[in-house]
Design a protein around this ligand. Sequence first.
Ligand SMILES: C[S@@+](CC[C@H](N)C(=O)[O-])C[C@H]1O[C@@H](n2cnc3c(N)ncnc32)[C@H](O)[C@@H]1O
Length: 282
Amino acid sequence: MRSNGSTPLALIQVLSRAAVDPTYLDLLLTDPVRATEAYSLTASQRLSVERLTRESFYEALGGVVSHWFAPVRVTPRILALPEWDDTPTAGSEIGLRLRRGWPFGNGTHPTTQLCLRALETFLRPGDSVVDLGTGTGILAIAAARMGASRVLALDTEIDAVADARYNIELNAVQAVVTVEHGSLERALATPGEAPILWDIVVVNLAMPTILDLLRERLSSTLRGGGTLVLAGFRHHEADFLRQALGHTPLVPFAEDRIGSWMSLVCRKGADLAERGRETNQC
Ligand SMILES: C[S@@+](CC[C@H](N)C(=O)[O-])C[C@H]1O[C@@H](n2cnc3c(N)ncnc32)[C@H](O)[C@@H]1O
């Protein structure tokens, strides 16, 4: 329903008023030009509801409500909760509280879910983890809640760093997770410190960035036998990625799919010792 020039905030402003004011909704549906004048809609608000129908209004309202206010089941075990929801989760369930508003990293995207599934399968308590491209911090928080001993969450966007830090405090995992502005260079070495070799590195990034990182020695972040989780690419790109991995010490040994999205899990070096439920051997 949104088009160029509109913003999520403009859409929410219009939908939330229309949800409680039938006259406003009727005028938007029947005479958008008069509604624009009568209610002094901004250009962005007007654009956000272009071609509005009663059906698309209820559909969009449902989407906004679930995005902002409803828990999202991310995997059978993981639930992404709005930040104010501190309902205790049952048994082995993991509830991740996240500030809503940033669609990527709220847990609903298939590539995030693929990474979470891989962490559920391959992370062992005590593992050290790098989350390269942390966004909201969802993977870093999940890794900490699954028992990682140390997590380094990195992002090149300063807003993402702030968002991730907020969510990490919200989930009280700051003793385990450090969020920093940066990328591969930071995972390879901290100035003045000996390089750390990590147990797991998780990368949910677009294919060109993954290829750049592989060329820039992404594999050097891992200890021998360490695990790399790659997501952010489509099924038809997998062969190309496998070819690129052929020039590195990383050996793909498991894969997963949601729709056309795919993840590849790689082990560094020849040490393919059994660590997880490696059901989807490739
Ligand atoms: C696709 S989102 C993934 C967010 C989250 N990890 C998830 O799985 O939902 C990618 C994030 O990586 C960041 N990013 C992009 N390129 C990067 C790079 N080269 N190094 C580190 N972060 C990067 C972006 O700013 C964005 O926050």
